[in-house]
Ligand binder design. Structure first.
Ligand code: TYD
Length: 254
């Protein structure tokens, strides 16, 4: 074969390898859990792993990943609103923007979207923990997302006594029922939900566990294991979903 022809063939094979794989209709994978369960680390890990397999993937977080979302994020960390409905509406506005601007277009192009928090965060936090009406929150979730449910929801489950100790400098404060959880201050200022009493966090967990029983899209993983074990369990489940959607198994052997 002539050298030039061979070169073109090599280049073609290389281009094919470089071309990212997409999935018909896209795939929405959400991560949920209470404070300090390691959810964001795992979401990021999955994103990088899928990218390394050559699968076209994006990574977003709620609230955030849009101008409106970033403002809601700043607000939520500073403000002390007393209305769960007002809080819900803000999260839903940010969610509607993220869906419109980023998530839906990405799914339409066949991408995998790894999303750190979604509709179930509002049910767990503003519903189960803050006492907002679950039916209303479900309706608002449906409005904000046009009823778009995730294909897979990974719930990292951990007793809040352990998870809060992870994110706090003063774990002793959690032992009292109505004692305040210790404050962790990050570069965005004080983290408001982490300052809530232990009961608040127990209600979040209870809510998530209840929700996880209602739909097969949930994958509940105990978060008190080594990070690499959690990552492996998540990847196993995601691989299965991708193979079902015609992503060749050989891609994961890289
Ligand atoms: P963040 O720093 O992202 O917390 P985490 O790392 O635990 O995700 O802050 C987001 C906070 O917003 C978090 O405490 C959960 C809360 N939240 C709600 O209360 N309702 C919602 O619908 C969403 C998306 C987040």
């Amino acid at each position: 074969m002539a050298g030039k022809q061979q070169e073109e063939m090599d280049f073609g094979a290389e281009a094919e390898r470089m071309q990212k794989r997409t999935v018909e209709g896209g795939l929405l994978i959400t991560f949920e859990g209470g404070e300090g369960v390691g959810k964001s680390t795992q979401a990021e890990r999955l994103f990088h792993k899928l990218q390394s397999f050559g699968i076209d993937t994006i990574h977003c977080q709620e609230p955030g990943s849009s101008d409106l979302g970033n403002n809601v994020r700043r607000w939520i960390k500073r403000s002390n609103s007393s209305s769960p409905l007002a809080e819900t509406l803000l999260f839903e506005a940010a969610r509607a923007q993220l869906m419109f601007e980023t998530v839906r277009p990405a799914l339409d192009r066949g991408k995998v979207v790894v999303l750190d928090r979604y509709i179930d965060s509002t049910l767990a936090y503003q519903g189960y923990a803050r006492g907002g009406d679950l039916k209303t929150i479900k309706q608002l979730n449906d409005i904000a997302t046009a009823g778009f449910n995730p294909h897979l929801t990974v719930l990292l489950d951990l007793d809040p006594k352990l998870s809060l100790a992870r994110v706090s400098n003063e774990p002793d404060l959690f032992s009292a029922q109505d004692g305040k959880a210790a404050t962790r201050v990050d570069d965005e200022g004080q983290r408001r939900f982490e300052e809530q009493p232990l009961k608040f966090h127990q209600n979040i967990r209870k809510g998530y566990l209840e929700l996880s029983k209602t739909d097969p899209r949930w994958c509940v993983i105990k978060a008190d294991q080594a990070g690499h074990r959690i990552a492996d369990a998540i990847l196993k489940r995601v691989r299965r979903l991708l193979i079902e959607r015609d992503i060749p198994e050989s891609l994961f052997k890289r």
